[in-house]
Structure formats: C-alpha cells, structure tokens
Design a protein. Structure first.
Lengths: 310, 317
C-alpha cells in the first residue's frame, strides 16, 4: 500500500468551470450585493398581482377626486395624477420595464450573435459587408432614430388599427425597435472571438473530418464565446432598460394606461411642483435596477477572467 | 494619410446617403401626410382638389420616386420648408445647431477634465477607498436615466432652492451673458454628470493598464517622483486609447443632448428633432436627423485621425 492510495479520494477532483466561476463571483462583494438587490426588485414587481388582490385595489381604476393624495394606510405611497395607487403602478411598471430589458436583449443578442458568427466564420466579402453595416449602425445617433421608429404608424405597415393601438403592440414595438439598434456590440464581440477560434487546431480538425459549418459553429465556437456573450448581455440589459425608460418618457415607448417606469414620468413637468415625490420614485427604481445590473456585469467579468485578481 | 481621410469621407458620405433613404422611408410611415393639415384647415377642399394637390406636391408618386426628387433638390441645397415654422429648413436649423454645439462642447470639455481627474486619482491605488468612491460615482453615472437626473436637478435647484431657472434659454427682456449662463448651468450640469461616468471608467482602466508597464517600473526605479511619473509618463500613454474612445462617444452625447434640451426647453437640434417628429414636420425632422448623423460621422472620423496623430506607431492607410 503506497502513500498515494491513502490520500482521501475526491480532494483532487476537478471542479467544473462554472462552479469555479460562481465561487469567484461570490467573492466579488459589490456583484453579490447587486445580485441580492436585483432579486429583491424582481420579487417586488412580482408582488403586484397578489398585493392588488389582497388589498382589493384595481391598479387601473382612476379616481379623479383622489388625485395626488398623500400616502395613507391604504395607499402607502399615495395616489398618482389619475388617482391610482402609486405603489402598485410602480410594481406593474417594473414588470414591464424589466421584461422589455430582458426580451429586447435576447432578440438583439441573438441577432448580433448570428451576424458576428457568420462574419467571423465565413470571413471575406460577407465579413466586410456585415462589418461596414455594423460600423454604419454604430455611427447613427441612437435616440433620435429610435424616436422615428417609435413614431411609425403601424397601420401604414399593414397592421390592423385595432392591433396598432393595443397594449401588446406598444410593448412589442419597443422591444423590436430597441433590438433593431442594439445588436452591434454583440456582433463585434462575437466576430472577434470567432476570428481567433476558427484557426484553432480542434476546429480545423473538426472541419477536416467533414463537419458542416453549422455544426462547427454550434459545437465548437459557440461554447467558447459564451463567456463574453454573458457579460456583454448583462450590460446590454441595463442599457436597454435605460433606452426603454427614456423612450416611454418621451411618449414613443410603452403607451399609457400600461405603466412603465419611464411613462410614469410623462407629466413630470407638472409633478415637480405638485408632487415631487412622484417624480422621484420611478426614476429611482430605474436607477437602482440599472446600477445593480451593471455591477453584476462587472462581477461576472471578474469571475470569468482568470487573470483578474482581487 | 490623405488617402485615408478621402476614403473615410467617402464611406461617411455613403452611410449618410443610405441613412437619408432609410429615414425618408421611415418618415413616410409616420402618421398623417404632408397635406393633412392643409386639408383639415380648409373645409371646402373637395376630393378632386385634394387629389390635384397631391399631384402638385408629387404625393401620388411611389416612395422611391419622391425620394429621388427630394435628393435632387437637397443636392442643390434646397431642403424644403418647415411646416411648423413656415421658414426654410436650414434657417430653422442653424440656430439650433449652434445651441447644441455650445451645450455639447461645454459638457464634453467639462466631463473630459473631470474624468481625467477622477480616473487618474482612482488608478493610483486600485481597490483603495478613492478607487471605490470613484467607481461608485462612475457606475452611478452610466446607470442614471438622464431625464430623471434632470428632473432631480430641477426639483433641487429650481423648485426648492430657487437658485437657477428650470427651463428656457434666457429671461425675456434680459439677454445678458450672466442670464444666459444661468439658463445653461443646469443643462450643462446634467449632460456633464451623465457622460463623466463612462469617461472615468475609460481613464481608470487605461491608467491601471499603463501603470503595470515595464517602462513605468524603470522610471520608478531610477527615482522619478510619483507626480512626474503619473503625469508625464503614464498619462501620456494612457491618453491614446482614451481620447479615441471619448471622441467616439460624441454620438452618445447627442442622445443625451436630446433629452437634456427637451427637459430644459433649450432650442437645440435634439429638441428640434423631437418637436418636428411630434408635429409631423417632415422636412425638418429629416434634415435634423441627417445633420445629427453627419455630426456623429465627423466625430468618428476625428477620433480616427486623433488616434493616428497621438500614436505614431499607427499608420493610417
């Protein structure tokens, strides 16, 4: 019996890379705090339905006699400009804002991924074309362009007037127009990573043994670009939430009566003098959400980068 | 070098041309059409008259044909009339452009100076308390919704403290320099705070990267003072990527300017475009957007040139 045999088994067992990364992320203080804050925020917005039922308040019912009522036992944050419960509106608005951030990032991310992968993998003319297109997109003034997109009359595009004025159309319009402009970073990132990956031996070996381009991309390249995608995607969520809020605030995003943190400030000019607190809450929620998301992105970056210490 | 400028200018022109077509198409998709106000204000207009008017203005033509006519006119310097201002588009645009340039340049300059101060201070001791404070400030800067920041500043400085005016560009009857300055203070503060965060992060990252370099260690080893080391050796090298990236974010600054001008009722390009789209002022919105694109493209070109100028190792071909 040698000393080697007596060593406790399992000690040297390799840890999965994701477990290691989670461990490193946990060591990142601000990232962990931010994650906690974000979880609380999500729970807060999801509490809207149960709380509305519990309190027996209809969040959409207006009461012009109780406009700008101060906080009370029934309505903790008071009433908004149409006599609706401010707290419930904040919760429902948060659901919309967070959902737009998530869905828009997903759509834009997938588009950027596709464009970056094909540009990097196929190279040549396609790469040149796609990258000039991306550069052109980056050079555009984002917000004015989004406003034009937001002003497009959907009925002129062949949608029914009924759909064009529905809440669903308002939601999907914002999601789509933000995704249309916010895929460029992802595309450049994925392209750069793909360019270096496609020359690796294991990719060349896979190609040589007859694997199709689609297979190589899915099995060999995608898993290796996952890391930068996750970090960039996280930061995109924050940016998208900001874009949605400013669009909705300017009147070209989520349309009332559907609340979003942005459009709750539509009448801000009136709020600053009559009810300053109502002008503070929605923006404060946007601010906290986005800063939390950005800190999580920072933490992920730290956790995924083996060279970073601290 | 000249070849590079020429090629990039041609590329910029191409982007501008494609954009003009896309925006022209998009603006055609906005509610209403250029004649509806005229028709609505004239109850006697029969369908025949309306059709005749449409033919006169070429509105019965398909979009590509209308675009072609617009392009020919534009190339002759005729961008049409603004229907809300009843003036040629360029006459409306000129003062707005000047106002936006003023707002953007002042804010840009201030935030660059601020970012360098904060970034360099933070990079002296990464992980220290100064760094922690600066990082928090930087994260706050990139995460704050600009319109809300403006709201908070209005509530604090205009509504509560009565120190500064909440909107407008000057008091009627008083067009003095001080008065204009007072009206410009909050917009500039908003835009500066909103863009300093990102810039600070760039400076900090570049400085930390440079401070790890061998030549810094050498300089330190030969007994160079810390101040001279940071300012003359590290900062000059960190400047290269930072200046480029800052010039590139001029386009982002324009988005911020749109929000700021709207919040503080400043008659600049951003507010002009926003109002034009709200009021269906087709010609003005179109030309405003194209000018905004042009400004962004030019700043990108300037960024590339600055890159080559600051770093002789890079050859612009």
């Amino acid at each position: 019996m040698t000393a080697l045999d007596m060593a406790p088994p399992s000690v040297q067992q390799a840890q999965s890379v994701w477990r290691l990364r989670w461990k490193r992320f946990r060591g990142h203080r601000t990232g962990m705090i931010a994650l906690g804050v974000l979880v609380l925020l999500v729970l807060f917005t999801l509490a809207a339905g149960p709380l509305a039922a519990l309190w027996g308040i209809d969040p959409d019912s207006t009461d012009l006699l109780s406009r700008y009522d101060p906080p009370s036992a029934d309505h903790w944050l008071g009433m908004d400009d149409a006599g609706r419960d401010e707290l419930l509106r904040l919760m429902y608005g948060g659901q919309i804002s967070l959902l737009v951030g998530l869905v828009s990032t997903l759509i834009g991310g997938v588009a950027g991924l596709g464009i970056g992968l094909s540009a990097g993998y196929y190279g040549g003319r396609l790469d040149a074309l796609l990258m000039r297109f991306t550069d052109g997109m980056i050079a555009l003034p984002l917000l004015p362009l989004l406003i034009v997109f937001g002003a497009v009359d959907l009925t002129k595009l062949g949608f029914s007037s009924e759909f064009a004025h529905s809440g669903a159309a308002g939601f999907w319009r914002v999601v789509v127009i933000i995704a249309v402009v916010d895929w460029t970073q992802m595309a450049r990132l994925v392209r750069a990573a793909t360019l270096s990956l496609k020359e690796r031996d294991y990719v060349l070996a896979a190609k040589a043994s007859g694997a199709s381009p689609l297979y190589v991309m899915a099995a060999h390249i995608l898993p290796n670009v996952a890391t930068p995608i996750i970090v960039a995607g996280t930061l995109t969520v924050g940016r998208v939430i900001l874009l949605e809020s400013v669009l909705s605030f300017l009147g070209f995003g989520i349309v009332p009566p559907t609340p979003s943190w942005g459009n709750m400030l539509n009448n801000a000019q009136e709020l600053v003098t009559t009810a300053p607190a109502l002008a503070v809450y929605p923006g404060l929620f946007i601010f906290i959400t986005v800063i939390a998301v950005n800190f999580i992105g920072d933490g992920l970056q730290h956790a995924f980068d083996p060279r970073s210490s601290r | 070098m000249a070849g590079f400028v020429l090629r990039r200018s041609l590329q910029a022109l191409l982007v501008l041309w494609v954009m003009s077509f896309v925006i022209y198409g998009l603006i055609g998709l906005m509610p209403g059409d250029p004649l509806d106000v005229m028709i609505a204000s004239n109850p006697g207009a029969t369908p025949e008259v309306v059709a005749h008017l449409r033919a006169i203005y070429g509105l019965d033509q398909p979009m590509p044909v209308r675009y072609w006519h617009w392009l020919l006119d534009a190339l002759h310097g005729d961008f049409g009339f603004s229907r809300t201002h009843s003036e040629p588009v360029l006459t409306v645009l000129a003062p707005a452009l000047a106002q936006t340039c003023k707002l953007m340049l002042i804010s840009f300059g201030l935030s660059v100076v601020l970012a360098f101060g904060l970034g360099v201070a933070a990079a002296r001791k990464p992980g220290g308390w100064v760094d922690g404070f600066v990082s928090l400030f930087a994260f706050a800067g990139i995460s704050v919704p600009v319109f809300w920041l403006a709201l908070i500043l209005i509530i604090v400085f205009a509504v509560q403290l009565h120190w500064l005016p909440a909107s407008g560009m000057g008091t009627v009857g008083d067009n003095g320099f001080i008065d204009q300055l007072r009206h410009l203070t909050l917009p500039v503060l908003t835009l500066t705070l909103a863009s300093t965060g990102q810039f600070t992060r760039y400076v900090r990252a570049a400085m930390i990267e440079t401070m790890r370099m061998d030549f810094i260690r050498t300089a330190r080893a030969k007994g160079l003072g810390e101040g001279r080391l940071v300012l003359r050796h590290a900062l000059r090298n960190a400047l290269i990527p930072v200046v480029t990236i800052m010039a590139l974010s001029f386009g982002t600054l324009f988005s911020g300017a749109l929000v700021t001008e709207t919040m503080f009722a400043q008659w600049g390009m951003g507010k002009m475009i926003y109002d034009a789209i709200l009021a269906n002022d087709y010609n003005l919105a179109l030309v405003g957007l194209l000018f905004a694109t042009l400004v962004t493209l030019l700043s990108n070109l300037a960024a590339d040139l600055a890159y080559g100028w600051l770093d002789p190792r890079i050859s612009l071909k």
